[in-house]
Design a protein around this ligand. Sequence first.
Ligand code: URA
Length: 250
Amino acid sequence: MNDPARSPEEEGIRLQKVLAAAGLGSRRACEALIEAGRVSVNDALVTAQGRRVDPATDVIRVDTMRINTAPGLVYLALNKPRGYVTAMSDPEGRPTVGDLVADRPERLFHVGRLDAETEGLLLLTNDGELAHRLAHPSYEVPKTYLAEVLGPVARDVGRRLRDGVELDDGIVRVDSFRLVDSTANRVLLEIVLHEGRKHIVRRALAEVGHPVQRLVRTSIGPVQLGGQKAGKIRTLRREELAGVFALVGM
Ligand code: URA
């Protein structure tokens, strides 16, 4: 029960304890962060010790980096293998990303979708607000894809994709295009774009004459797939999560 005689700052858990629990160091070290003017609560700098917070609802930042202090909220990166449907379950019994997180206790949502045949980075979380914002086109989160296509690729393909190509449901423009590697007739392209229409990369490349043979998403905003193995899940690092929050204004 809330005590009406107490101000909100007098209730809750001590800020240094919350910071320490979030992995920022010992309580002493976290007091030093506060003392140094590096910590804010709900965008107000806190420099005095003794501040109490609600870790579930207060927005706590260190050096502008938002820290996840909410108990129970998880932010995961999965390397989705080819052949898995982006769904938590499938009525037709196909393998799903839900199968890959079946042993987790949280009720997770996938953030956006990858086609069953597409591999790579997929975020999963039980933070509904973040999932909603990340999937919303207005936040324009950049995503990077590696696409293997049949070559050779004409010199003007990058320019055409940057200028915009007409699809059935409107123009698509890529933010960047790079030829990463090419062998006799296989070419590896890197494409960055910030929209998420269905099959968008496959459709854009088919439109410029290069149907995709293999497609891997390698980054979403500040989160990189790196060397993560197919089917493996990891928790986002503090800097990655802060970067994701920043992208969507949280
Ligand atoms: N574009 C596609 O064509 N497929 C995906 O899975 C993601 C982006």
